[in-house]
Design a protein around this ligand. Structure first.
Ligand code: NAP
Length: 521
């Protein structure tokens, strides 16, 4: 039987007492390790994190916590190759796709270490300037932000076992809030190993970082009023968590990052074959194939002016035809597998749904997968669908196929494009391609209300832009409506979630004892 991974909980490594769930290589079908969360004293684990981890973190200044993050970065960098091996085996990703998760996570952690160093020796933050409460500046109101005295519970999705951990843990730990992470079961191994390396290196106080792999049963019942939950996953699971009686009873602060029908738009005026047109086609093909389309931010819907529909279909299809799919251990392979048989079934089902209202503009046309047993590997080729009637193709605007699938659609004018994009009911990211700076700025402003991030690509940034789907720690991640309504990252804005804002009304002399305000970014 495969190794049972231990959980780090209540300040010690411990094993679940059940049979566990086996994690499987999605390319070879072999068994890897097992995870299990049964039999733990959950109340004791949460209490230890709050009491020991929270107190130790809050006793440190932002600069000291930033130093701890730097030390964690060094530990992770020293073990990078092991993380790549785990990602290949457990996620079935090619090296470039593993890098988005592994190096993306480490980069995000180091970004918060740098931001934290800038906050200096303070132990809480001043929010704005004191405001007079009377005619004279004697009695004033000063808003402060102090670390919450609870624990942050992270329930994460399967597609980013590294980045999904660190993009949340970095701002939490920097804020002085202890973390308990429950990774998605299918890919929990990488999260567990990274936590293990950091915990064993002793660079964080005891109880600051805990990991529990396996079922989430009972975790939400442990929540108390000052605790936080940050959830990433499907809208369906998000609604279960929102309705959890403990979350409701204690007004537990909840952040949700859910699924999303992200769009790419070519603004009017860009001709077929223009730089803006080529940049859109390149980005769509990249977004469809990177991580086999298993990115919450991936482009799912592509909108072009009516006259360019055929040309765009051809250009995107030509790029997709160069994507070799198969075993990520083979150097000729550009796209690995989906993460599990369950995801393969889900993608096939989603494709069947979309095909009822679309045409197939490109698929892999029976091309064999490289170096795999097609009956075992969870591989699927990229498929570009198209609909010339986007107003009536409801499913295209509400069905997220979490794989290498996107749908191309024509629009009549700018207003029509905006209306179609908003049929996604709120998304994480939209990208706007064009060569008219004014039109791009106007389009970006009009799409900002329904997106957490608007990524504008004009020819002058064609070689340097950071990519539609790449989540940069400097920018906000999250989106309204269907995307979950959450907010993460965005530089120091991420710290807001882990702090409590309070207004201190006092004499100016008392307020002066809080010291000078911290520097902002
Ligand atoms: P999921 O099935 O909703 O699972 C997400 C997490 O919730 C997993 O850790 C899962 O544990 C746990 N979970 C399942 N049922 C639960 C319950 N009743 N109570 C508490 N926790 C529960 O989602 P997924 O399939 O892993 O992830 C894919 C989805 O996530 C996609 O729709 C994607 O768009 C979205 N996503 C969004 C973002 C973003 O930042 N917005 C990022 C990545 C992914 P188990 O694994 O043990 O079941």
């Amino acid at each position: 039987m495969s190794e049972l991974l231990q959980n780090y909980f209540a300040g010690r490594w411990q094993s679940g007492n059940g049979k566990g769930t086996t994690l499987v290589d999605p390319v070879l079908g072999t068994e890897l390790v097992r995870v299990d969360s049964t039999g733990h004293d959950l109340a004791a684990g949460f209490a230890f994190a709050r009491a020991a981890g929270g107190a130790a973190l809050r006793a440190m200044s932002y600069a000291q916590r930033a130093e701890a993050l730097v030390a964690a970065v060094k530990v992770l960098q020293a073990h990078r190759e092991t993380y790549y091996e785990i990602a290949t085996a457990n996620s079935g990703t090619v090296r470039n796709d593993s890098a988005i998760d592994i190096d993306g996570g480490i980069y995000t952690l180091s970004t918060y270490a740098r931001l934290g160093a800038g906050l200096g020796d303070r132990k809480f933050l001043l929010d704005g300037e004191p405001q007079r409460l009377g005619k004279e500046p004697l009695f004033q109101s000063q808003h402060v932000q102090v670390p919450t005295r609870g624990v942050a519970l992270f329930i994460n999705a399967f597609n980013f076992p590294s980045w999904g951990l660190w993009e949340k843990a970095a701002p939490a730990l920097l804020s002085g809030v202890p973390v308990i992470v429950k990774p998605a079961t299918a890919t929990a191994w990488l999260t567990q190993r990274m936590v293990k390396d950091v915990v064993d290196a002793g660079v964080l106080p005891a109880g600051a970082l805990s990991v529990i792999c396996g079922s989430s049963a009972g975790l939400l019942d442990q929540l108390q009023p000052f605790d936080l939950v940050s959830f990433t996953g499907s809208a369906e699971t998000a609604s279960i968590i929102r309705a959890c009686p403990t979350v409701i009873r204690h007004s537990v602060r909840l952040n949700v990052e859910a699924d999303s029908l992200n769009s790419a738009l070519l603004v009017e005026g860009a001709a077929a074959g223009s730089e803006a047109f080529d940049l859109l086609c390149k980005e769509v093909a990249r977004e469809m194939t990177q991580k086999s389309g298993q990115k919450c931010t991936a482009i799912r819907r592509v909108f072009v002016p009516e006259a360019l529909y055929g040309a765009a279909a051809e250009a995107i299809g030509a790029r997709l035809s160069k994507t070799s799919v198969g075993n990520p251990r083979n150097d000729s392979v550009r796209m690995g597998a989906l993460v599990s048989r369950a995801q393969l079934a889900s993608v096939r089902e989603g494709l069947a749904t979309l095909r009822q209202v679309t045409d197939v503009l490109h698929d892999s046309d029976g091309r064999p997968f490289v170096d795999v047993d097609a009956d075992v590997a969870c591989c699927v080729g990229p498929t570009l669908l198209g609909s010339r009637a986007p107003d009536s193709a409801d499913r295209v605007h509400d069905t997220e196929v979490f794989g290498p699938v996107a749908t191309l659609m024509p629009y009549r004018d700018a207003e029509h494009a905006r209306a179609l994009i908003e049929r996604g009911h709120g998304s994480l990211a939209v990208s706007v391609f064009g060569d008219d700076f004014g039109a791009c700025a106007e389009t970006a402003a009009s799409l900002a209300a329904s997106h957490g991030r608007v990524h504008v690509v004009t020819p002058d940034v064609g070689a340097t832009h950071t990519g539609h789907g790449n989540v940069m720690p400097q920018s906000l991640h999250g989106g309204p409506g269907r995307a979950g309504g959450g907010e993460e990252l965005g530089g120091l804005r991420a710290l807001d979630f882990y702090h409590r804002r309070s207004a201190v009304q006092a004499s100016t002399e008392v307020l002066s004892k809080f010291g000078p305000a911290q520097a902002r970014e």
